[in-house]
Design a binder for this molecule. Structure first.
Ligand code: NDP
Length: 446
């Protein structure tokens, strides 16, 4: 294994941090190195201003966001959780307890329903953890009612499996004129991966040239087939063609055509597949020196075999078919019979490991850098009742909301996370359950 174990002397052998700047902590059973060196750089605008937040979506990610927001009462004042099915919001609110969370029913496809809710609750920020289909209607409602916006996945039309930032970037001028902030893609990937990249560019390189985002789920949930987040969105994402950025243009591959084993810290070698992922689009725009940017995700043989069968028998279709006189969309029917990702946590064991492997230049010399988080499914479940994929998405969404409420990531317009200062966000990650670790000048394998 070429990636050294995280605690080996080699792992941080080239770090420029002195022991005085480093605190070792145990979170999630995982040794975390928090770098306090940058604390003095922290912005101090509007410190401890309590804000009102509306969370939309009561699935796995919504559960984590609600838990985490409720736990930071010095930043978040009133909290409302609204979704299509109010009983799910009520169950989450009950599990948090303490009358901390108000609940409501809303159909987030309907701008009018959203504006009514926003006018009565008057949030400062709407955190959208419903589905990507609702991004634009929620942004429209925010503009109408003067509410800022944050999400974890970019817009995708329901009738076409094609996610792109162009629809949401087109809102920039309107948000700017309204004096409102929209923070796009603030989960883990997209989200922390963009912050990791911005942090690397700010502190470790003069120019970053090669970026490989590596996403490993080495967990076992005990089902023959299940997806870790919304099955419809997940299957649409992983069955599309592969795509990566090289020498100023996009290169397209057949689905799962390029793959190789990669070594993940504390996990070992896992077959990793090149897929297209949405943050590549914004990262190559905001880091134009990138000569190549790719995204890799691990899949087990069993998962891929099921996926192939699902596609071959037409169950991944997103167009309606007539069944006994009623129109149904096969992938939506499939979602109804698959395990609910929010319920997978109870028997989930193992770890996720997501990070950025970067090569570039500093002071005329080539360097490599690997920054990552490992998250335990069991620890995530113990804390919030959900598995690590929901957890690693929900925690950064809460931290992004906190950055906004504190006035640190607050700028009129529409922004991707890598456009903001990464330091205050990186400081918060380990404090809220997502410790990160960095390795310098190791073989990135890619
Ligand atoms: P779930 O399917 O578990 O939850 C989605 C929730 O949104 C459900 O409560 C659902 O309601 C609600 N919802 C759907 N449509 C509407 C609507 N029209 N109006 C109101 N509520 C609605 O999904 P996840 O929690 O797994 O994922 C949430 C989001 O997070 C997705 O957009 C996903 O793409 C994103 N994500 C991002 C990641 C990242 O790292 N950036 C990683 C993983 C997920 P109901 O319960 O009634 O169905």
């Amino acid at each position: 294994m070429r990636i050294p174990p995280p605690d080996s002397p080699q792992a941080n052998s080239r770090t420029s941090y002195t022991p005085r700047n480093i605190k070792l902590r145990k979170i999630n059973g995982f040794t975390c190195i928090s770098f306090w060196k940058h604390l003095h750089l922290r912005h101090r605008q509007n410190e401890h201003q309590m804000g009102k937040v509306l969370i939309i979506g009561a699935g796995g990610v919504g559960t984590v966001v609600a838990h985490k927001i409720a736990s930071v009462s010095e930043v978040f004042g009133d909290v409302m959780l609204a979704s299509r099915t109010k009983s799910k919001c009520d169950a989450i609110a009950r599990s948090i307890g303490g009358n901390r969370i108000k609940t409501a029913r809303v159909d987030a496809d309907q701008v009018r329903e959203l504006t009514e809710l926003m006018r009565s609750f008057k949030p400062d920020l709407a955190v959208n953890v419903a589905l990507p289909y609702q991004d634009l209607s929620i942004m429209d409602a925010c503009l109408e009612t003067g509410v800022s916006y944050l999400d974890t996945a970019n817009y995708e039309p329901e009738e076409e499996a094609k996610f792109e930032y162009k629809w949401q970037w087109a809102y920039h001028d309107r948000f700017k004129e309204a004096g409102l902030t929209a923070i796009l893609g603030c989960g883990f990937d997209p989200g922390v991966t963009g912050v990791f990249t911005a942090y690397a560019a700010k502190h470790h390189f003069d120019e970053i040239r090669y970026l490989d985002i590596v996403d490993c789920n080495a967990g076992e949930h005990g089902h023959p087939f299940a997806t870790n987040f919304n099955p419809e969105i997940n299957i649409r994402e992983v069955t599309q063609k592969g795509k990566y950025w090289e020498n100023g243009q996009w290169v397209t591959t057949a689905p799962h055509e390029i793959h190789q084993p990669l070594n993940y810290p504390d996990i070992g070698a896992k077959e990793s597949y090149l897929i297209y992922h949405e943050e590549l689009e914004s990262l190559v725009k905001h880091f134009p020196a990138l000569q190549r940017a790719r995204f890799w995700m691990t899949f087990g043989e069993e998962y891929l075999t099921h996926l192939r069968v699902i596609q071959n028998i037409g169950m991944a279709r997103i167009d309606p078919v007539l069944y006994q006189g009623t129109e149904i969309v096969p992938i939506q029917f499939l979602k109804a019979v698959l395990p609910n990702p929010a319920d997978l946590g109870a028997n989930y064991t193992g770890w996720t490991s997501i990070g950025c492997r970067i090569r570039g230049v500093r002071d005329g010399k080539e360097h490599s850098y690997y920054v990552y988080n490992n998250c335990s499914h069991e620890a995530a479940y113990k804390e919030t009742g959900t598995q690590a994929v929901s957890y690693t998405t929900g925690v950064p969404a809460m931290i992004g909301a906190m950055m906004f409420m504190k006035g640190i990531w607050k700028q009129p317009g529409v922004f991707n996370v890598e456009q903001f200062d990464p330091d205050p966000f990186m400081e918060q990650l380990p404090l809220h359950g997502l410790p990160w670790k960095e390795l310098h000048d190791v073989d990135t394998e890619l």
